[in-house]
Design a binder for this molecule. Structure first.
Ligand code: PGA
Length: 251
């Protein structure tokens, strides 16, 4: 069976002390609990090592929110995949819509980031999803297909097997407007079909596809009950331990 994952994307939130409170509360709450999913926390860069220390004891996984497309050298402000690997980070979000929108990240750049991560044995959580205008114009499948083609489908089969996909319709992120269960399932099935076409059914069947966009403690169980929805990438609701734990227990 493919892996189910609930990942908390903290974005640019929390002081060090608040971050430590949150990670330690989550680690305590999940201590000894046999969750049906892997739990991944994605704190800001300066807190990764602190979070990793808790993770080591509690079975949580820690992810970065971004990585440089460059290997190393004179790139002020950047953080490389080898740096993340050297503190044993297991996952990294790539291509979140906020990175695409505010930092102009293109599919071609994202493809390079994915390759850098895989070179250092870090699993990318690759975000895709359409804008509201694109859905209203009925272009959402085309947009998502292009994001897959240009960002991920350059990988060979063995490389692709390490990738987690997060479908995040941009109109649902941080808006309180969640995709309906039917909209999520429809797009996840489409994504899985594209993977089948490129890499074959066994690979598609093993690929974890997360839903993201106003997923919360109230709607997670319904979203996760869809056959092609393998968990969630959670923004706002991951900042409150109680809500995040409820989501983790929604399978
Ligand atoms: P949200 O964010 O849950 O706050 O909508 C999701 C995300 O951006 O990953």
């Amino acid at each position: 069976m493919r892996k189910k994952i609930v990942a908390g994307n903290w974005k640019m939130n929390k002081t060090f002390q608040d971050a430590e409170d949150l990670v330690s509360t989550i680690a305590d709450e999940l201590d000894g609990v046999d969750t049906a999913c892997e739990v991944v926390l994605c704190p800001p860069f300066p807190y990764l090592e602190m979070a990793s220390d808790y993770a080591d004891e509690s079975g949580l996984q820690i992810a970065a929110q971004n990585v440089s497309e460059f290997e190393d050298g004179a790139y002020t402000g950047e953080v490389s995949a080898s740096m993340l690997a050297s503190i044993e980070i297991g996952y990294c979000i790539v291509g979140h819509s906020e990175r695409r929108k505010y930092f102009g990240e293109t599919n071609a750049q994202l493809a390079t980031k994915v390759e850098k991560l895989l070179d250092h044995a870090i699993r990318p959580i690759f975000c895709i999803g359409e804008l509201l205008e694109e859905r209203n114009a009925n272009n959402h499948f085309e947009v998502v297909k292009r994001q897959l083609d240009e960002g991920l489908f350059q990988l060979n089969k063995d490389e692709f097997k390490e990738v987690v996909i997060a479908y995040e319709p941009v109109w649902a992120i941080g808006t309180g407007v969640t995709a309906t269960s039917a909209q999520a399932q429809e797009m996840h099935a489409f994504i899985r079909q594209q993977i089948t076409g490129k890499y074959g059914k066994p690979v598609a069947d093993q690929t974890t596809i997360l839903y993201g966009g106003s997923c919360n403690a109230k709607n997670a169980a319904e979203l996760f009950s869809n056959p092609d929805v393998d968990g969630g990438l959670i923004g706002g609701a991951s900042l409150v331990a109680e809500d995040f734990i409820k989501i983790v227990k929604s399978f």
